[in-house]
Design a protein around this ligand. Structure first.
Ligand code: UT7
Length: 325
């Protein structure tokens, strides 16, 4: 049976590191509050790099690690809610940067579930025999859509990109998935609103307040725990797997307390969840591939290991994948 195998992983983050103490100098917060309520200690914040630069850097590393010539790339899918432009897509900008002249390139948006949705699309094209390989990346500069005066959100997010080069395979690869969307709850997490202003409907100039991230944190917390638990149960029961069969789970890095609830409810030891949000914060669509790349670079996963990637986010959306590494 044809599968989609993750051949190489990579990530790229801005050099600038902003600690909790740095943030407590601009809003009324503290290292203690942020650490206890979220698990975050620091995050990488752009000093001018835009999303396309982080995504292109990730793509370059992926091709180098997979030893693939750019002209042999069939498909580029980038997930982001903070692209440089409305058009061109980040994927087309990256295509130019890396010289992937024969690729089809487009973006998708599913917020923090974005990498899961993008990987699912690449998987379907490959399984259908349309393309043989793909570069799949989640990348964000969330710092540009954060209200740096709002302590309830500005402490949570970071900038970065991460991704995978995937290829058609006869043995290892993506086994199954569960994706979902709940549009009726979209209002609990929004950003980037652009009102319709034109020559016949002029509105006051300046940044619209809904341009910034707005979130009902408690509702998102409830949504995440409920749906990620159901989604992980679904993929594991589909393959008749128990927690003992799973080497690692790479969850969306939003809050260590969310992961603790999931670990407890599913009776999966917390140590099996690979966490790095302490150093990156929540990087939305980049969070799972940045963590996956770290796990891979540390040599903690080997061929034959079964791993689960699982994310949730704005929309509201969720996505889980079981992978035979
Ligand atoms: O990628 C998906 C994105 N989002 C998420 O996954 C978020 C999910 N939700 C969460 O992670 C948590 O709900 C938060 C970390 C966002 C908030 O934690 P919480 O335990 O739900 O806190 P809360 O919103 O209920 O606020 C508790 C208190 C409030 O003060 P009062 O009303 O009790 O006096 C807030 O005003 O904490 C206050 N607060 C802060 N205090 C210091 C909120 N933000 C801060 C802050 N520093 N940064």
């Amino acid at each position: 049976m044809i599968k989609t195998r993750l051949i190489a992983t990579a990530s790229s983050v801005p050099e600038q590191i902003i600690t909790n103490d740095d943030i407590s100098k601009i809003v009324d917060t503290s290292d203690e509050w942020i650490t206890q309520r979220t698990g975050i200690k620091e995050r990488h914040i752009s000093s001018g790099e835009n999303t396309s630069e982080l995504v292109a850097d990730t793509a370059r590393k992926l091709l180098e690690r997979a030893s693939v010539a750019p002209e042999n790339v069939d498909l580029i899918v980038v997930a982001s809610v903070t692209p440089d432009f409305g058009t061109p897509s980040l994927a087309c900008m990256v295509q130019k940067e890396i010289g992937a002249v024969n690729a089809v390139a487009f973006d998708i948006a599913a917020a923090c579930s974005g990498f899961m949705f993008a990987l699912s699309i690449a998987d379907k094209y490959i399984k259908a025999g349309v393309y043989k390989n793909a570069v799949v990346i989640g990348g964000e500069t969330l710092s540009k859509i954060i209200d740096w005066k709002d302590r309830s959100t500005c402490v949570l997010f970071g900038d970065g990109a991460g991704g995978a080069y995937v290829e058609k395979s006869e043995d290892a690869g993506i086994i199954c998935e569960d994706l979902g969307s709940c549009g009726d709850q979209y209002h609990i997490l929004t950003e980037g609103y652009s009102p319709c202003s034109n020559a016949f409907n002029e509105i006051p100039s300046g940044v619209h307040p809904d341009w910034y991230v707005h979130m009902d944190g408690r509702e998102v917390f409830k949504f995440a725990t409920k749906n990620v638990i159901k989604s992980m149960q679904k993929v594991m029961s589909q393959e008749k797997l128990t927690q003992g069969d799973i080497k690692y789970i790479v969850p969306h890095q939003a809050n260590v307390r969310i992961t603790e609830v999931i670990s407890k409810k599913l009776d999966i030891p917390y140590e099996k969840f690979y966490m790095n949000m302490e150093r990156y914060g929540n990087t939305s669509s980049a969070s799972i591939p940045i963590a996956l790349n770290e796990l891979n670079e540390k040599g903690l996963i080997a061929r034959g290991d079964k791993i689960i990637l699982s994310g949730f986010g704005g929309g509201m959306t969720w996505g889980t994948m079981l992978i035979d590494w």
